[in-house]
Design a protein. Structure first.
Length: 277
């Protein structure tokens, strides 16, 4: 295995979006190699052919394929089934807040999800209209996410925020245009959709396989792992139980559904007799 592959992967992860939606020419390849050498602390001659090949391969793919966040940010969207720590960077979302049982076909949740997808597809398909978004690149609509809290027993008491990640080129200006555009086209009020910046920070994360109702077992393993590492769950008015839905629940058997679970963390308070962690 190329000894630089680990460092190179870190570089590609940091510049993944740029490498995809920027049209990279020969001169740009050389500039990216020099930037990689600088960031990895290497001389240009130390850079292996692996870097050049990877840059060229990604440039070719970017010309024909839509940017797929699930594939390009594997740590965020393809985690293992074992609990682990992760620092989640700040990102922007289209968000709708609501309350109630997500399984209610006539409830707020179903309507919220429809609003989110309507807005995201308006942004995605803007490439075919007259409005031009600066920095636009084609993308696969990211998976549905949700932030959850429950004040009392019963699914009807869920308070939630449904989310779809926004591509980096979507500024508040572009977002507001999309809300107006989709509202006019569908003759429906999309004003409930918010432009949200969420900085999640340090979390414990795990891929859950199976029914949503079986999540408590996975969550217990996550919280136990976090405690072993010296951390405690940190729910607050700005940090929540987080789920990312990798499977279409209408097309996937309940026992085969894949859901990423995250809990925000803080350093656990020291026990009086235990000393610092």
């Amino acid at each position: 295995m190329d000894p630089l592959s680990g460092k190179a992967e870190e570089f590609f992860a940091a510049h993944s979006t740029t490498l995809w939606f920027t049209k990279i020419g020969c001169c740009d390849i050389l500039e990216m190699k020099e930037q990689a050498a600088l960031e990895l602390g290497l001389g240009r001659r130390e850079l292996s052919d692996t870097l050049t090949k990877e840059l060229l391969d990604r440039q070719r793919r970017s010309a024909t394929m839509a940017f797929d966040y699930k594939k390009e940010y594997k740590a965020l969207y393809q985690p293992p089934c074992t609990p682990h720590l992760i620092t989640v960077p700040s990102m922007t979302f289209a968000a709708v807040r609501g309350q109630g049982d997500p399984n209610d076909p006539a409830g707020e949740y179903k309507a919220a999800v429809e609003l989110l997808y309507g807005l995201l597809y308006t942004i995605k398909m803007s490439k075919k209209g007259s409005y031009r978004m600066e920095g636009y690149f084609d993308f696969v609509v990211p998976p549905l996410e949700g932030l959850w809290e429950q004040t009392s027993a019963g699914k009807k008491n869920f308070r939630w925020m449904s989310l779809l990640r926004l591509p980096e080129f979507v500024t508040r200006k572009e977002f507001d245009w999309a809300v107006r555009e989709v509202s006019a086209k569908k003759k429906q009020d999309f004003s409930k959709v918010e432009y949200l910046t969420y900085d999640e920070g340090l979390c414990v994360q795990c891929l859950h396989l199976g029914l949503y109702d079986d999540e408590p077992e996975t969550l217990a393993r996550m919280d136990a792992f976090a405690a072993e590492q010296g951390y405690a769950v940190d729910f607050s008015e700005t940090r929540f139980h987080h789920e990312i839905y990798l499977s279409d629940h209408n097309r996937t058997l309940p026992e085969k559904r894949k859901t990423i679970l995250r809990h925000p963390l803080q350093k656990a308070p020291c026990h009086p007799s235990a000393g610092p962690l």
